[in-house]
Design a protein around this ligand. Structure first.
Ligand code: F3S
Length: 283
């Protein structure tokens, strides 16, 4: 039997960097360590970090009560105001903001300092978007759908700078940009979508089209894993969504000759490997 494992399965560059940063800090730094929000949407990883003494700060109130320790900023990044607060409190900051997100912070900070109006295309409830919003000064808007774009009224004679949440859908982004462009003459568009998600989906779809059975590994709350599962199921009826090896009934796979494996952006490598090794042993 042949197993095809997606090269893009699991952590993207930014998430891997953030997770590695936490473990590096556990090894090398004394004193309490906190992450601002869970470092990734994966219960097992967060539990493992907690067992090594890393506490998750789940609200700004919890941060307000801190007076010492190391605070790790996750890959989504944070608003400037929160960054300033960490500095004022004299906490040790370890910034694991993904460089692709940091680049957007720099763009919006510079553009709004030049007097331009910032439009962020993305989900206003997502921490990444809230972080970007927080580097944009007060003249900024978040646009998520056609309705928001239609309602948006630009100021006369003011340049608009449009950026995007890194995981936003490219076609939707283009459509929303078109609507905004019709309302103003002076619009600069910076496509800040990261390719990692799209590459993972394209590869998963390709593999699912080649194999007899497909396994998608990821946390049940992970929206990117759910999406990956839907894409794979369209290409391969025999697709299974599991969180860990425990959820996989190997008998269910039946008499297959080829199995594909992929995983969401928050699935650690050891979970993927465990599944891969066990599938290999059984067949
Ligand atoms: Fe960074 Fe792209 Fe991942 S922006 S966190 S590498 S999805």
């Amino acid at each position: 039997m042949e197993i095809i494992r997606a090269e893009t399965a699991g952590f993207c560059f930014g998430v891997k960097r953030a997770v590695d940063t936490v473990y590096e800090q556990v090894e090398n730094c004394g004193g309490p360590i906190y992450t601002l929000g869970p470092i990734i949407h994966n219960e097992e990883v967060v539990r493992d970090m907690e067992s090594r003494g890393v506490a998750v700060l789940r609200s700004e109130d919890e941060l307000d009560r801190l007076d010492k320790g190391t605070v790790i900023i996750r890959s989504h990044g944070i608003a400037k105001r929160v960054y300033d607060k960490l500095e004022e409190k004299g906490l040790r900051i370890v910034d694991a903001t993904c460089p692709f997100v940091k680049k957007i912070h720099n763009i919006v900070e510079k553009e709004s300092a030049s007097g331009n109006f910032i439009v962020i295309i993305g989900n206003p409830d997502h921490p990444e978007v809230q972080g970007i919003r927080g580097w944009a000064g007060k003249d900024a808007a978040v646009i998520q759908n056609t309705e928001d774009a239609e309602k948006f009224i630009p100021e006369k004679n003011r340049k608009i700078c449009i950026v995007s949440q890194t995981t936003f859908n490219y076609n939707k982004f283009k459509d929303l940009v078109e609507i905004i462009k019709k309302k103003s003459y002076d619009v600069s568009v910076l496509n800040t979508i990261c390719n990692a998600t799209r590459e993972r989906q394209t590869e998963a779809q390709r593999i699912a089209g080649l194999v007899d059975a497909m396994i998608v590994i990821g946390d049940k709350h992970s929206s990117n894993t759910q999406k990956l599962f839907e894409i794979c199921r369209m290409a391969c009826n025999n697709t299974y969504y599991i969180q860990t090896l425990d959820d996989l009934d190997l008998n269910q796979l039946g008499s297959v000759e080829t199995v594909g494996i992929t995983a969401g952006a928050s699935t650690p490598n050891n979970i993927i490997e465990e599944v891969q090794n066990n599938v290999r042993i059984i067949f």
